[in-house]
Design a protein around this ligand. Structure first.
Ligand code: ASC
Length: 151
């Protein structure tokens, strides 16, 4: 391990643990951050979907690489749902995200859990397991979109 590895890990832990609002200079920055995280996650999830649905040939290594990225990205958007950012910029976030914070948090956790299972399935290379896990992740995405995202 190089001499920067430990301080870098400690810094990442600190950043993740900081209060949400303190991580963003402006409300707009929080909106852009969470949208960016979801965009990257969706792009890589979509590449797995193309293989799960047979639109492009199955490639176990590509599934693994994309699932790893989805797993990392799935952890990032949540601190960016800063209180008071339901009307900022072009957000489609509904106010229920904050008025039903416990339910929103549970949905976010469910998605991360299903993504972790997809990542585990990806490592097996088993297409049936990957397809099943892909479907469960998609449902967990949709559940929150239905309740907490505007049209
Ligand atoms: C995707 C993607 C989503 C989810 C959702 C599942 O590929 O970008 O937001 O699946 O459409 O219903």
């Amino acid at each position: 391990m190089n001499r920067f590895a430990l301080p870098a890990a400690a810094l990442l832990g600190l950043v993740v643990a900081l209060p949400a609002a303190a991580q963003f200079q402006k409300p707009e920055d929080a909106v852009k951050y969470r949208q960016g995280a979801f965009t990257v996650m969706g792009a890589h999830f979509g590449r797995i979907g193309a293989m799960a649905n047979g639109r492009v040939p199955f490639d176990a290594a590509a599934v693994q690489a994309n699932a790893e990225i989805v797993a990392t990205m799935s952890k990032l958007p949540w601190p960016a749902f800063v209180e008071g950012t339901a009307t900022v910029g072009n957000t489609r976030a509904k106010p229920e995200i904050w008025s039903e914070a416990d339910k929103f948090k549970a949905g976010a956790q469910k998605m991360q859990d299903e993504v972790a299972k997809l990542n585990a399935a990806a490592k097996t290379g088993n297409q049936d397991q990957i397809k099943a896990a892909f479907g469960a992740v998609g449902q967990s995405c949709k559940a929150c979109h239905d309740s907490y995202r505007k049209e």
